[in-house]
Design a protein around this ligand. Structure first.
Ligand code: SF4
Length: 299
C-alpha cells in the first residue's frame, strides 16, 4: 500500500472485489494454489468430497434455519436476502439456540472481507462459533489441514469482534458495497409484503443496520472455537477440535496474508517439506512446476 491507498493490483489480477475468509485459510495450505484457483476458475473441478460437503451444509441449514421463500433476481436482491436471513437467524437465537450459514462482513487491512460461518450457537447469552468439515474416512485431519480450519475460525471470530466493537460497522458495509447505488428488482421487493417484512427494514441499508445490531446486542462471544469433523457418508461426527481464541495469533495471520494481498510478495508455493501436497494439486506440472520432478521433486 502506498499513501494509505489500497493496492488493488492483486485483487484485479484475480478478478476479485474483496477477500474471502476461505481464501485466507487456503493461503495456509498453499498460497500459490489459492492464487491459481482464482486465475484458472474454469479448470477448478468440484470434487465428490466438495459436493458431499455442500449437500451436508444445505441439509443442516434447512434443519436449523427458518425457511423463507424470498427469491433473489439480481445482485442487490441477493445482498438483501443474505442480510435478512442473517438477521432472522441471529434474532431467533434465544428460541432456536442455533443458526447456520451466517454471512459476515468485515475488513482485513484496507480490504473488504466476507465469509460464511457454518454455525453460531447461543449458550448462557454467549455466541459460540463452529465450523464443520466433512471427511471421507473416520479420521481426523493432519496438522496441515487442521491449520487451515483454525485460521478460518480465528478470522470469523475477529470479524464478529470487529462488528461488536464498531471497528466494522453497518455504515462501513454500505460504503464498501456501494449499497446506495444498488437497486433491488420490483419482483423481489413485491415479496416483502407477502412475507410481512416490516416497512422499516425494506432497504438494504436498513436491513444491514438490523443485522449488525443483532450481532452487537448479544452479551458476549465465547473464546472457545470449535471445528466439527463429520463423516460425509453416514453424517456421524468423527470428532471436535476445540481451541482458544488468541488475538496475537490473528495479528500474525493478518500480517502474513496481507503481504500477499498488498503485493509486497508473490504467492508462496509450499515449502520443500510440504511438497507432498503437490501430488493432490490439479495445477501440479502444468500451471505450477515449482516442485515438478524435473525441477527436483524426488520420488
Ligand atoms: S503444485 Fe504444489 S506448490 Fe504448486 S500450487 Fe500446487 S500445491 Fe502449490
Amino acid at each position: 500500500m502506498v499513501g494509505g491507498l489500497i493496492n488493488l493490483s492483486v485483487l484485479s489480477k484475480l478478478k476479485m472485489y474483496g477477500i474471502r475468509v476461505t481464501d485466507i485459510a487456503s493461503q495456509y495450505w498453499c498460497e500459490k494454489q489459492m492464487e491459481l484457483r482464482h486465475l484458472y476458475v474454469e479448470k477448478v473441478k468440484r470434487t465428490e468430497e466438495m459436493k458431499s460437503g455442500e449437500m451436508l451444509h444445505q441439509e443442516l441449514e434447512e434443519e436449523a434455519n427458518i425457511e423463507i421463500e424470498l427469491e433473489p433476481k439480481g445482485y442487490a436482491d441477493y445482498i438483501y436476502k443474505t442480510l435478512y436471513m442473517g438477521y432472522l437467524g441471529m434474532t431467533n437465537l434465544p428460541n432456536n439456540k442455533h443458526t447456520r450459514e451466517v454471512q459476515v462482513y468485515g475488513s482485513l487491512g484496507a480490504f473488504r472481507l466476507s465469509g460464511k460461518i457454518d454455525e453460531i450457537r447461543l449458550k448462557d447469552n454467549e455466541l459460540y462459533i463452529y465450523e464443520d468439515k466433512t471427511r471421507q474416512k473416520d479420521e481426523l485431519p493432519n496438522d496441515s489441514q487442521k491449520r487451515t480450519h483454525i485460521v478460518q475460525l480465528l478470522i470469523y471470530r475477529k470479524m464478529i469482534d470487529d462488528i461488536r466493537s464498531g471497528a466494522y460497522s453497518a455504515e462501513r458495509f454500505t460504503r464498501d458495497y456501494s449499497t446506495k447505488s444498488l437497486r433491488m428488482t420490483p419482483e423481489f421487493v413485491r415479496q416483502f409484503e407477502v412475507l410481512g417484512i416490516d416497512g422499516g427494514m425494506q432497504t438494504i441499508d436498513s436491513i444491514a443496520d438490523k443485522f449488525f445490531d443483532s450481532i452487537s446486542s448479544v452479551k458476549g462471544v465465547s473464546d472457545t472455537l470449535q471445528v466439527r469433523y463429520i463423516n460425509q457418508f453416514n453424517r456421524k461426527e468423527i470428532g471436535t477440535y476445540k481451541f482458544t481464541y488468541d488475538e496475537k495469533e490473528v495479528q500474525n495471520v493478518s500480517d502474513f496474508v496481507l503481504k500477499y494481498w498488498t503485493g509486497a510478495r508473490e504467492a508462496l508455493p509450499v515449502p520443500s517439506e510440504e511438497k507432498w501436497k503437490c501430488r493432490y494439486c490439479s495445477f501440479f506440472g502444468k500451471e505450477c512446476k515449482v516442485w515438478w520432478p524435473q525441477n527436483g521433486l524426488q520420488g
